[in-house]
Design a binder for this molecule. Structure first.
Ligand code: NDP
Length: 296
């Protein structure tokens, strides 16, 4: 099949990588960005710079948006004559909340367009490379109609027809990514106060990360998943009460070392509130109960 024309609106680090990947896959690419100068390298590689968002949309059936958030999409597209949207697919791969994505889906539907909401699971250098994947949600037919072009960005992974679902999956992944990486940085800073190098810290911490993700009898996540599914959090060997005390020591250790205590304090407070809600004799997995009922 002849590669279809694709429009890319938003040429930040991510949008520029996407436009480049589409050009590399042979698609005719039209681009638009609020700051037009950012289009220069892409134009030099064969992209066409549209004079306005409306002209960009009109260039093809598929428009990929990569903007800082959905408010930016509205800033760019709200002024476009509604008839320009009819029959088009807006693959918005910008970050925002599932509720704002759902509202934008209705906004697009009012104009006769299908909003295919995406969440990109790779940094810009990974776009279009093996291993890259993108969560999508919304009409599967819209994804299928443009699968070849979208696959040039990363493997499309359709999560469901509710347009908020791609962002929900994205937010779940980014939470784990951010919190694991941030804990790692805290641990490295703490070890660094005793002269342990970042490389040495890495070799200590890597074993722990491997234990967390191991499968089978030693796999901590397997055990935790089983407890969540059964709603049973046996704490006879490692009660939350014991870990509340331990988390308090963590806060003190960071403070005594002259380091920031925001993250240890957040953990300590979460453990403490879960124990106060009646889970002190259970294990750490019971924290999920407080996350589900934050008012307690
Ligand atoms: P950048 O900050 O590099 O680019 C932001 C883009 O949004 C630019 O094109 C900018 O235009 C545009 N923009 C911002 N505000 C407005 C506005 N009010 N009106 C019009 N255009 C606006 O961000 P990235 O490219 O890194 O990220 C883009 C999206 O991709 C984000 O939602 C991000 O969360 C997501 N993402 C990014 C990843 C990454 O590693 N970079 C990974 C996964 C997802 P201008 O050039 O004129 O400022």
């Amino acid at each position: 099949r002849t590669p279809e024309p694709v429009t890319v609106i938003g040429l930040g680090a991510m949008g520029s990588a996407m436009a480049a990947a589409l050009l590399a896959a042979g698609h005719p690419v039209t681009v638009w960005n609020r700051t037009a100068a950012r289009a220069e390298p892409l134009v030099a590689s064969g992209a066409r710079l549209a004079g306005s968002p409306a002209e960009a949309l009109a260039a093809g059936e598929l428009t990929v948006l990569s903007l800082v958030d959905y408010a930016a999409m509205h800033a760019v597209l709200d002024g476009v004559e509604p008839s320009v949207f009819r029959g088009r697919v807006l693959a918005n791969l910008s970050d925002d909340t599932p509720d704002r994505v759902r509202a934008a889906h209705r906004w697009a539907a009012d104009r006769g367009a299908e909003l295919l909401a995406g969440g990109v699971m790779t940094p810009p250098p990974g776009v279009g490379k093996p291993g890259a994947h993108v969560f999508y949600a919304g009409a599967e037919a819209a994804l299928e109609a443009h699968r070849d072009a979208l696959a040039a960005l990363g493997r499309p992974d359709h999560r469901g027809t509710d347009p908020g679902l791609a962002m929900l999956h994205y937010q779940a992944m980014i939470l784990v990514f951010w919190s694991v990486l941030t804990s790692y940085l805290h641990a490295t800073a703490l070890l660094g106060t005793a002269g342990v190098s970042a490389a040495e810290a890495r070799s200590h911490l890597l074993g722990l990360l491997r234990d967390l993700t191991a499968e089978g009898p030693l796999g901590l996540l397997d055990e935790v998943t089983d407890e969540i599914e059964r709603g049973v959090y046996p704490g006879e060997f490692n009660s939350l009460d014991m870990q509340v005390t331990g988390a308090g020591h963590l806060v003190e250790t960071f403070a005594d070392a002259g380091l920031g205590t925001t993250l240890p304090t957040a953990l300590w407070e979460l453990f403490r509130r879960t124990a106060a809600a009646g889970y002190g004799a259970n294990n750490l997995t019971s924290v999920i109960e407080l996350v589900r009922r934050p008012g307690e």
